[in-house]
Write a protein that binds this ligand. Structure first.
Ligand SMILES: [Zn+2]
Length: 172
């Protein structure tokens, strides 16, 4: 069982925190959902059960490739155990003023803090924000994607998991 914990928040109004906590509950349900597990295990790229990992022109891996099961295990392992069979996912969230043309926010790999621009936060549906948290959380776990979108970007772990999360959030 996975438990999503909002460890710290910075810059959110009381009203905005309600959306944060609704998304937390949604993400909590999704990560414990069998449908989520199946969609991770059966995720395909080019007809193979795998996510897309990048290589350099010389063929060296930029992102270390994992099997779908390994990805699922990394995701559901969380950062610290809170007790028997409960894996806790600690999220540190910070609101940034204004907006950015291209990105909703980003993750600082050193502080593990997830930043979200306010303009995006206000325009995102609940499913969209929940998906954003899942995407950024994947970065926190060390998964990445090319900065310029390519046809494969949607098959990276952050976008793949974000899209699975959004789909489940929309239909539950
Ligand atoms: Zn990203």
């Amino acid at each position: 069982m996975i438990k999503v914990n909002i460890a710290t928040t910075k810059g959110f109004s009381t009203e905005e925190l309600k959306k944060v906590h609704t998304a937390q509950n949604a993400l909590n349900k999704i990560l414990n959902n069998e449908n989520f597990k199946d969609q991770v295990l059966y995720f395909t790229t080019d007809g193979l059960f795998r996510f897309h990992y990048r290589r350099t022109f010389l063929g060296k891996w930029i992102d270390r490739p994992h099997s779908n099961r390994e990805v699922y295990e990394i995701l559901t392992q969380g950062s610290a155990s809170t007790g028997a069979d409960v894996k806790q996912v600690d999220l540190h969230l910070e609101m940034l003023p204004g907006g950015d043309v291209e990105q909703l926010g980003y993750t600082n790999p050193d502080t593990q803090r997830i930043y979200t621009y306010r303009n995006w936060f206000n325009n995102l549906s609940l499913a969209g924000y929940t998906s954003h948290l899942a995407h950024e959380w994947c970065h926190q776990l060390g998964f990445s994607h090319a900065s310029k979108p390519t046809e494969k970007t949607n098959h990276s772990v952050p976008f793949g998991i974000g899209n699975i999360t959004e789909k489940i959030a929309l239909y539950h």
